[in-house]
Design a protein around this ligand. Structure first.
Ligand code: FES
Length: 105
């Protein structure tokens, strides 16, 4: 069975120095570009209402703007207090100029 990839946004919308918010069918995603490689996480911080797409990128980490908790973007692992729960990450790739993700578990 072919893998199902969900088209999120044009690749050109991605930026190397900041995350972007992407909304699709009621789900909030944050999309990142690290060393030319796309990454997608849930946008909402696991600690509270902060949006990771409003955060700053430092290396491979995103800093939540609400309480400055941190997550490792490629894995979703929390790397800075007060965050303790991982944020969900989605397999991401560019297909035909579109950022796409797989959403199945
Ligand atoms: S809401 Fe993100 S660190 Fe608190």
């Amino acid at each position: 069975m072919p893998e199902a990839w969900l088209r999120l946004c044009p690749q050109a919308a991605l930026a190397a120095d900041r995350p972007i918010p992407v909304r699709h069918e009621g789900v909030a995603y944050a999309a990142f570009l690290l060393d030319g490689v796309p990454h997608v996480t849930h946008d909402i911080c696991t600690h509270g209402p902060g949006l990771l797409s409003d955060g700053d990128i430092e290396g491979e980490e995103v800093i939540c703007p609400f309480h400055q908790g941190r997550f490792h973007i490629p894995s979703g692992r929390p790397t800075g207090a007060p965050c303790t729960e991982p944020v969900r990450v989605f397999p991401a790739r560019v297909i035909d100029g579109m950022l796409c993700i797989r959403t199945e578990p």
